[in-house]
Design a binder for this molecule. Structure first.
Ligand SMILES: [Zn+2]
Length: 84
């Protein structure tokens, strides 16, 4: 079983905007990578968490927690947990 380091980068499959991918592949660009090209905004919503493409003003992914409690590890909470 792989060890997951909660506060380290653990992304195995990046979330991408299909429109950004298409544009990135179609034309010469000054961007080093697709990740640099995409402009995402990520945040909690009434349903769960959403990834929004700012470049295209479109939803990329909206994860619905379906009223289930989920664990979230916020870096800002890391120090508080050590105290408790
Ligand atoms: Zn996009």
């Amino acid at each position: 079983m792989k060890k997951v380091l909660i506060y380290e980068k653990a992304i195995e499959e990046p979330t991408v905007c299909p429109r950004c991918v298409k544009e990135f592949m179609e034309r010469p660009r000054p961007f080093r990578s697709l990740i640099d090209f995409m402009e995402f905004e990520v945040g909690f919503t009434m349903l769960g968490i959403q990834v929004w493409c700012r470049r295209h003003n479109k939803n990329v992914c909206h994860i619905d927690f379906q009223n289930n409690a989920v664990a979230a590890y916020m870096d800002s909470q890391k120090d508080k947990k050590k105290v408790n």
